[in-house]
Design a protein. Structure first.
Length: 83
């Protein structure tokens, strides 16, 4: 499968990711309606977003500008090879 080239489909993909995240979060909160669960869910989402940002932006722009990542698997390979 080739890279996604269409800007329109990129937006559709982004909207679908947000929709999936909202539905999954709503289902978790409907199953366990508790303020602590909401807080933990928000913290987990925030932390994973920051880790994703680090994996793709910080490593490419500041740590190793010569390397281009194709996905999370390539980040794991990069980290494994650095050790």
């Amino acid at each position: 499968m080739g890279d996604l080239q269409s800007h329109r489909w990129m937006w559709v993909k982004a909207i679908l990711f947000v929709f999936i995240g909202l539905v999954a979060s709503a289902l978790i909160l409907m199953e366990l309606p508790d303020g602590r669960i909401l807080l933990l869910l928000l913290l987990a989402i925030w932390a994973f977003c920051r880790a994703y940002y680090f994996a793709f932006y910080v490593i490419e722009k500041y740590i190793d500008p010569s390397f281009r990542f194709a996905g999370l698997i390539s980040v794991l390979r990069y980290l494994a090879n650095k050790r």
